[in-house]
Design a protein around this ligand. Sequence first.
Ligand SMILES: [Zn+2]
Length: 323
Amino acid sequence: MASTLITVAPTGAETAKADFPALPTTLDELVETAKRCEAAGAAMIHLHIRDGEHRPTLDLGRLTESVAAIRQNTALIVQLSTGGAVTDPYDRRLRVLDAGPDSCSLTMGTVNFGDDVFMNPWPFVTELYQLTQEREVVPEFELFDLGHVAALHRLLDKYGLPYGGRVHCDLVMGVPGGMPGTADALVAAVNALPDAVTSWSATGIGRTALPVALAALSKGGHLRVGMEDTLTLAKGEPVTHNAELVERAAVLATLAQRPPMSPDEAHVQQGSPRGADRAVCRPAGEQPAGAEGQWDEKEVVREYGAAQPEREADERRSRDRVE
Ligand SMILES: [Zn+2]
């Protein structure tokens, strides 16, 4: 019987811990969340991490520690966000791969994001993609719009298949500025996907979560859920633990006669070696470096244009992007 990959995106960069204390932001909370979500049916975790004050960060030490802790405690595919927050500079987003995840998000273009702009210029996309190939990290192509689907055709035509040979996408729908979270938009995007795509999932932001999940199951897709994207189960009913969203997704998938996929099946689907195997298959010298200054910031700025303006931390906390 066909099964359903359920990815949990438990934290994101957008929601403040002060507003949602149930949001997992510490390492202990992330590990507890990962274990409970795995038991509820998740097979992959999409991670953003926070600093000691619960603010979004791309700190390499924390990223590396989080990847290791989740691998130790679960069999989940560990996917790190390379989006960070809208204010994170490109070089730091590239260095996320130094933490040695199984998978990483790779957003296929720039998108308006509420009042902000989530910047993904083509040279950045291609550099990040080639880095995933070098580092043997499986990318998940994040598609916020039909134009991002066209960009995925262009990327695969020019640079070939990802590490692992599978092509997995995630439709991120309902972001103010991206494609709407509707069945019609989902069908249009899925029908336009490159033939090389081997699996896709979808997530609807906020109140579009359920329509998108139901449309995705109807169209043969997989599911991403979590507090990064959705903070309520129904109007006036806040999520109290990410596992509630995973449990709901597992019920929907089971009703659709495509029950949740195990992490082992998901590793095969994604073409991703298990975490324990990665240490041996990763070439020596490509271990997470953990050292500052590996990337030349000036070069990055020159290639992609000026990075996003820096903002104060509290502004970042309240306005950062979801993906
Ligand atoms: Zn994300």
